[in-house]
Each structure stands twice: as C-alpha cells, then as structure tokens.
Design a protein around this ligand. Structure first.
Ligand code: 5GP
Length: 366
C-alpha cells in the first residue's frame, strides 16, 4: 500500500486571483483558439468548449447550434451509421466541429469505417470514449486506430493521471479526455472508491500532455461558468460539458411538468374557501451513460456482473441552448478581463489560484 499525502484539489477548493490588466472591456478578449495538431498536419480551431457524448447533450441539434458559436460537440454513440452518413455528407463545418464517438468494440470500429467510407472521409475528429482508459485493450485500440487512420484527430479517454495521458499520446491520441468520477451524474467514486480531484487531474495531465505534443480536455465537474474558467486556468485545452448543457430544447429530451404546493394559500371568494397555492415547474430527464437507465436504453439492461455508475435526475428545463452558451461565454470573457488574459490560451499563463474554504455567498441560493 502507498499513500500520496499532498492534498489534491477540485474546482470548489480554489478561486482565480484578479490581476492588474490593460483590458478595459470584455470585447477586447478572444475566446477562440486554433490548435496545430501533430506538427502542422492537422488543424482545429474554434471556441474550445464541447458538448459531451451523452443522451440529451451530444445530439445533432445541439451540435448544429454550437457550430453557430464555433464550439464543438462529441456526438452520442447510439446514432446509426445511416444517420451519421446523412448528417456528415457534404457539410464541411460539421466535420470541423463535430466528433463521432465510439467505444472499443468491433462493431464500433466497423461503424466508424463504414461512415468514413460512405462520406469520403468526413469524420475529421474521432472520440474514443471508455469509462476506464487504463486498460491495455484500450491503449492497443488507440495504437491500431492511429496506424490505420493517420489523418484523423483522435480524442481518447478517460484517464486522470499524467502517466496514462502520456501513454495515450505516445500511442497516437492527439487529445486526451481527463476526468474519472467528477461528472454531475456520475457515481463511480461512490460505487468504486476510485477517482482523482478534477482541478489537480487537469493541472497534472495538461502538463504531461503538453510535454509530449498533445492536448487535453477537462471532462466533467463544471457546475458554473467560473468552473470552466478554472479548468482553462489549470491548463485544459478544451472543456467538456454534460450537465451544464442538459435540459435544452436541442437535447431532444421529454419535457415533464411537475406541480408543487408552495405552502401558501389563496382565498376563493366565490366558495369562501382557502386553497393551497400550486406552482408548476418544467424538467427534462438527464442521466449518466453508465446509469441503469442508459443501460436499459442502449444495452438491453444492466448486466448482472456490472454496477450502475451513473444516476438519473430531472434538470430544470432551460429552453434554447443559445441563452446558456452566451451566459457561459460572457462569464469566460469576464474572467479574462479580471486576470488580464487577452486570449483563451493565456488564461493558464495568467492564472494564480488561491486556496479557499468557501467560494461564494449562498444566502439566497435555493
Ligand atoms: P458533467 O459536465 O455533467 O459534470 O460531466 C460530464 C461527463 O461525465 C461526461 O463527459 C462523462 O465523461 C461523464 N459521465 C457521463 N455519464 C457518466 C456515468 O454514467 N458514469 C460516470 N462515471 N461518468 C459519466
């Protein structure tokens, strides 16, 4: 047994310290960035925030909305080859911003090969996503993929340590997805005791990736625009969002109305009776991709040798995704003016984190 006894940190343990800045307006900053991937051979550019490959988030409709803001999407895995071929055919912007997602089964590979062939190579970014990025099978899969598809940008994950980040990049991944257990609907840490506090994971994996010419995505655990800014401050090249982009029209989930008694009463003059005040709120179902709900939907139920590692929740319905996205980008621009970062790549250079016992005042939080 070994113990690492220096404390690791989450977004909630730190704040970004403001710094003297010559930036006078949020209009003076740029949140876009371009990436030269693999020594000038591949290029990616846009606002480096991406929608997660989850039901209700990684949909074609979310992807097309995010393209309008030059942001990225990893499509959910259950789209069929036919749907993907139709979506990607003859649409260059989609290839630049939207990744197809697969696992590491044989039929996943077959699906990718089919779509790539039928669309004349429209899949520019491939997201190879497994819960545990530490298995040898996963590493071998990435190596084989790289040797067979030299021109595709490969995203691979998830891991949470420097050693495996480098291993995946050296085997051919361009961008490593970092995060084991921080997600809003993830129960891995509860079910298994395994994980790594996300801010520290991002700091350590970014350092490791940049040392060997790769990039990282901070995946999971962002609860507000400030957390996204902290992830970029920690060195993330991209930030992936699930819960923060759930509950919108574009996610396609069913909108459910729930009714609540507020505890107040209203007086009915006609009948001279007091009645409870009832309010309604709209919600959308959201669940982890390893939850029992997702397993039932996509894999014919949870196998008896597996535990569910995700939860199912109802998130408030939030209308159009553009409102949320613009709020996120507004927050990020503001961070940049506070710390003096004129472009998104400079956030980590300008970031000084302060450890804190509490990050904000909760007096009016419901
Ligand atoms: P969020 O932004 O909601 O905090 O986190 C999104 C991330 O949580 C996803 O990109 C994915 O990596 C992770 N995730 C999604 N579903 C599950 C699940 O069922 N279990 C676990 N352990 N992680 C999940």
């Amino acid at each position: 047994m070994r113990i690492e006894d220096n404390i690791k940190l989450d977004y909630k343990n730190v704040l970004l310290r403001p710094k003297r800045s010559s930036l006078s307006s949020r209009k003076d900053v740029t949140v876009e960035r371009s990436f030269i991937i693999e020594r000038d051979t591949k290029l990616m550019g846009g606002i480096p925030i991406m929608a997660a490959n989850m039901d209700g988030v990684g949909t074609f409709e979310v992807a097309d909305s995010l393209i309008d803001r030059r942001m990225f999407t990893c499509l959910k895995k259950d789209y069929t080859s036919e749907q993907l071929i139709k979506y990607f055919t003859d649409n260059t912007p989609r290839s630049a911003y939207v990744a197809m997602s697969i696992g590491i089964r044989e039929d996943d590979l077959l699906k990718f090969v089919t779509v790539q062939k039928e669309t004349n190579g429209a899949i520019n970014i491939l997201n190879v996503d497994v819960a545990n990025g530490y298995s040898e099978r996963f590493v071998n899969f990435i190596a084989e993929l790289r040797s067979n598809f030299p021109d595709v940008i490969i995203m691979a994950g998830n891991v949470c340590t420097a050693d495996q980040t480098q291993e995946l990049i050296l085997k051919g991944a361009n961008i490593v997805k970092v995060g084991i257990g921080p997600g809003s609907v993830c129960t891995t840490r509860i079910k298994t005791g395994v994980g790594y506090p996300q801010l520290s994971a991002v700091i350590e994996c970014a350092d490791a990736a940049h040392g060997v010419g790769g990039f990282i995505i901070a995946d999971g655990g962002c609860t507000c625009p400030g957390d996204i800014a902290k992830a970029f401050g920690a060195g993330a090249d991209f930030v992936m969002l699930g819960g923060m982009l759930a509950g919108h029209d574009e996610g396609g989930g069913e909108i459910i109305t729930k009714y609540y008694a507020t505890g107040e009463q209203w007086f009915d003059k006609k009948n001279e009776t007091y009645n409870p005040v009832i309010e309604s709120k709209k919600f959308v179902q959201f669940y982890g991709m390893s939850s029992a709900t997702a397993n039932e939907k996509h894999s014919g139920g949870l196998k008896n040798y597996r535990a569910s590692e995700g939860r199912e929740v109802f998130v408030p319905y939030r209308g159009s995704i553009y409102t949320t996205v613009d709020d996120i980008l507004g927050g990020l621009r503001s961070t940049m003016t506070y710390i003096g970062a004129s472009n998104i790549k400079h956030i980590s250079k300008c970031a000084t984190f302060v450890l804190c016992n509490d990050t904000h005042n909760r007096v009016y939080e419901s």
